[in-house]
Ligand binder design. Structure first.
Ligand code: ZN
Length: 402
């Protein structure tokens, strides 16, 4: 949960003789932003319990243009800890008298104030409950491109995959995004191998299984969609073409429509994969044709070479573009994975992690499978007070009936 505010500092703001604004003015703005957030969450402004880490790294003057951001960084039992930052984006040319309306944009936003505040909303004043849904962590333990050279812990056989999915489930994953490999370790869409892996997973743990319909460009659609008959609960649905490194991940409109139809006929819930902004628009067209039902569950894939950048603004934009009532998850590729996962956890989204998209736990530390990546996200969620969904809760959120 977050909010932003932009304003020009008015002449009536409390200031000193040189036109510099008193810190109390900025802290009051932060207070207004906290009120907005808390009214959205609890239906009440709550009570300020404490203020910490207040800093004014550089002065702001009357007539400056500023942008501020507030974000809930911890959820407790009735408590919400909020972090604030404010930046100057344009400087007034005449902060003292006689003033003019002139101002100059800065090449880079300059930090002017940051703080953290603790608010408490008593039970009897909480009129609504707008806290984020419990977090769904999807594990993606295999993928189609990761190799044992990239990471020796990559599971390849159905037995190895099932064991790794069970480890991920034990760490808090409630969805498994599934690919399988043939005997040579190459990606395959073989229905039999998918069915074998799914059966072995089901023997070991309770988890929602999302089969991949990715395949490769040369594949016939029916060959690509064999996993739909393998006993899963969901299926990934790529919704448009995108460059992927030196290759093209080819998803023409007729192909996407065909895959969407087959997912619908198989009675599986689609995970709507978005690799580029235009794909969100493609999904609306699919819905118009009755091929997907909206609101739905979206997976935003960011940070892949040729795709969207792994940037906070992109996640915000995508989350605003999808139909109200939809749920969204973020897959960060490579070194962006955990940073993007943490952003999604804070902002009310869900996330996917695993060796399919990232083989490292941190810059120089190899992940010993996907389970440690799941564990890291789960630990982060706990540290900010966001509950983690169990399988029943995840099924409800994703609309999986069976
Ligand atoms: Zn995949």
């Amino acid at each position: 949960m977050y909010t932003t505010l932009k304003l020009r500092i008015p002449p009536r703001a409390p200031h000193l003789a040189d036109g510099s604004v008193q810190g109390t003015f900025l802290l009051e703005l932060f207070g207004d932003m906290a009120a907005e957030l808390l009214i959205g969450i609890d239906g009440d402004e709550g009570i300020l319990r404490g203020l910490a880490d207040v800093e004014f790294p550089s002065p702001a003057y009357l007539g400056d243009f500023i942008e501020a951001e507030a974000e809930v960084i911890h959820w407790g039992d009735g408590t919400r800890r909020i972090s604030f930052t404010a930046h100057k984006v344009a400087s007034s040319l005449t902060p003292t008298l006689p003033r003019s309306s002139a101002a100059q944009q800065l090449p880079h936003a300059k930090p002017i104030c940051s703080a953290k505040a603790l608010y408490f909303v008593p039970e009897k004043r909480r009129r609504i409950q707008n806290a984020p849904d419990p977090l769904i962590i999807t594990c993606a333990p295999v993928g189609s491109e990761t190799t044992r050279e990239d990471n020796p812990y990559l599971p390849l056989t159905p037995d190895e995959i099932a064991a790794e999915v069970a480890r991920c489930a034990a760490e808090g994953a409630t969805v498994a995004h599934l690919h399988v490999r043939d005997e040579a370790g190459e990606a395959t869409q073989s229905r039999e191998i998918f069915a074998d892996a799914i059966q072995k997973i089901r023997q070991r743990c309770d988890i929602i299984i999302q089969v991949s319909t990715e395949g490769d460009a040369a594949m016939e659609v029916t060959a690509r969609c064999q996993p739909l008959e393998a006993g899963g609960d969901m299926a990934s649905l790529a919704t448009g073409t995108v460059n992927r490194g030196d290759h093209i991940f080819f998803n023409s409109k007729p192909l996407v429509e065909h895959v969407a139809l087959l997912i619908k006929q198989a009675n599986l819930v689609p995970c709507i994969e978005v690799y580029d902004l235009g794909h969100v628009e493609n999904v609306k067209l699919l819905a118009k044709k009755g091929l997907v039902t909206l609101p739905g569950h979206y997976e935003f894939v960011l940070g892949a070479k040729g795709g969207m950048g792994a940037r906070t603004e992109v996640v915000h934009l995508l989350a605003e573009m999808i139909p109200r009532g939809s749920t969204w998850s973020v897959t960060g590729v490579g070194r962006h994975q955990l940073r993007m996962a943490e952003l999604a956890v804070r902002r009310g989204g869900h996330t996917r992690v695993g060796l399919e998209d990232n083989v490292n736990l941190s810059r120089d530390v190899q992940a010993q499978g996907s389970a440690p990546l799941v564990a890291k996200v789960a630990e982060y969620a706990k540290s900010i007070g966001r509950p983690i969904a169990d399988v029943a809760a995840a099924r409800k959120i994703l609309g999986i009936q069976k």
